[in-house]
Design a protein around this ligand. Structure first.
Ligand SMILES: Nc1ncnc2c1ncn2[C@@H]1O[C@H](COP(=O)(O)OP(=O)(O)OP(=O)(O)O)[C@@H](O)[C@H]1O
Ligand SMILES: [Mg+2]
Length: 290
């Protein structure tokens, strides 16, 4: 098939559409980044935070939204834009951004252990809290991060009230000590966890990732998927029937939109249609939606 017939795809994707079925099916499993307005806004907000000159009370951000909406992908994209650097003169690694996940139970000891693991610092996990704390602080001071990102922050709620307080205090302490911005990421439960601390909530600007609704932005999202799925024929995913079907079947969650379209593309490759039809979508969604 000639490239000229693949005008529905991004130029970079056109060669992929000509590959064997097996290779194309494999490529569907890969994570791909698609821009959409709310994600761009979130990334811009993160950039602004990172560019804030160091001061006593650094601004902080709380990125929240339903599970599978795309929060972690935004953080990953942001990190790719700011790789670590090696300071030859001082012989140490400079990390503008450090990101980690809140451990499933938010004890301080596990928090420091996870943080040390993230910054690549070997340590004895059985060491006392004070030792881990000291080690983490020393290393962080040398790496001079401008931002600390903690994902899955709703895990705070899995802790006892005391553990929650202690971990929030730890975060506050780190932010002040390093004069770094803190970005907390999690589901809406994360907001509840933070609300127990008025000092904390006043410091964090909330940024919500809402579910999709029928809009021009959602049609554009589907069109963007169409341009990168390696199918040889146009599917016209922005047509009303498909838009409404995908919206209902996905509950407006980006991750579900992606799963449904990838699964439908797989069927369209296997059955030789090379274009996503409503019947493919119906086959990959558990309950028929009409
Ligand atoms: N910008 C994007 N481009 C393409 N696919 C995306 C994008 N954002 C999210 N996705 C898809 O949605 C899935 C879920 O995204 P992500 O893991 O970021 O959700 P989350 O909000 O962090 O969920 P959780 O709260 O459960 O951790 C991803 O695995 C990916 O398939
Ligand atoms: Mg996540």
């Amino acid at each position: 098939m000639k490239n000229a017939q693949l005008g529905h795809l991004l130029p970079a994707i056109r060669p992929q559409a000509q590959l064997d079925d097996a290779v194309r099916l494999q490529s569907l499993l890969r994570d791909r980044w698609i821009d959409y307005p709310r994600a761009t806004q979130a990334l811009e907000q993160l950039e602004r935070l990172l560019a804030t000159p160091r001061r006593e009370r650094m601004p902080c951000l709380l990125l929240h939204g339903d599970s599978n909406i795309g929060k972690t992908q935004i953080i990953a994209k942001f990190r790719r834009g700011h790789p670590d650097e090696f300071d030859e003169r001082r012989g140490i690694e400079m990390r503008p951004i450090i990101s980690m996940q809140m451990p499933p139970t938010p004890e301080q000891h596990r928090f420091y252990s996870t943080l040390l693991f993230e910054i690549g610092a070997p340590h004895n996990a059985a060491a006392r809290l004070a030792v881990l704390e000291r080690l983490a602080r020393d290393l962080l001071h040398r790496m001079t991060p401008s931002m600390l990102i903690v994902d899955e922050v709703h895990h705070l709620l899995a802790g006892t009230y005391r553990e929650q307080r202690a971990t929030l205090n730890l975060l506050k302490f780190l932010a002040n000590d390093l004069r770094a911005s803190i970005v907390l990421v999690g589901t809406d439960d994360a907001v509840i966890a933070l609300q127990s601390d008025t000092q904390m909530i006043s410091r964090f600007t909330p940024f919500e990732m809402p579910r999709w609704h029928e809009s021009e932005a959602f049609r554009r999202l589907l069109s963007a998927f169409e341009r990168i799925l390696p199918l040889r024929r146009p599917s016209d995913l922005a047509q009303r029937e498909i838009v409404q079907y995908v919206l209902a079947a996905s509950d407006g969650l980006t991750g579900e939109v992606s799963r449904i379209l990838n699964a439908a593309a797989e069927l369209a490759i296997r059955d030789g249609n090379e274009s996503i039809k409503l019947q493919h979508l119906e086959q990959v969604t558990p309950v028929a939606i009409h």
